[in-house]
Design a protein around this ligand. Structure first.
Ligand code: FES
Length: 66
């Protein structure tokens, strides 16, 4: 019963990009689905194209998951 958890289970989900309502889990899923850099995530989810305040957070998620 002590199997390693997937990153999705380790962290509670939360809102990363307020402007576009993008959740942490959606970003992780997009990275797993092949969006390996910020540009790809931006294209797929529109994250970071509004107020830009989430950009640093997205880069951190990319480093953790990429
Ligand atoms: S919170 Fe992501 S662009 Fe504003």
């Amino acid at each position: 019963m002590n199997e390693p958890k997937s990153p999705l289970e380790q962290k509670p989900d939360y809102l990363v990009c307020i402007c576009y309502g993008v959740m942490y889990s959606e970003i992780v899923q997009a990275i797993k689905g092949g969006a390996k850099d910020f540009d790809a995530l931006q294209e797929e989810l529109m994250v970071g194209t509004g107020c830009s305040s989430c950009i640093e957070e997205i880069h951190e998620i990319l480093q953790e998951e990429g």
